[in-house]
Design a binder for this molecule. Sequence first.
Ligand SMILES: [Zn+2]
Length: 101
Amino acid sequence: MKSVQFIDGKAVHVVKRFSCDEWVELVTAYLENDLDEPTRQRFEEHLAECECCGHYLHQFRVTVTALGALPPDPPPDDMRDRLLSAFRNRRDSRVEERRSS
Ligand SMILES: [Zn+2]
């Protein structure tokens, strides 16, 4: 299942890498400790490398705290859409800031 890739001359063991969209699908399972060990490791690796997903997880936790509980699994589509659009708006506004300065 594992393969080896060379990044900057270093051999790196790579299982499958998540795209951000795939990663987002696993946030609820992660918070409920429902991921198996290899998946949890990949999840955390992506989290460590991806600033956007770090913000997403933070925002998700804030939302969960506000609700007082984890949303039902799978999360309702509207909540997921709301989080995803907040996530995307944030990226868009960053582009805007750069454009106006
Ligand atoms: Zn990401």
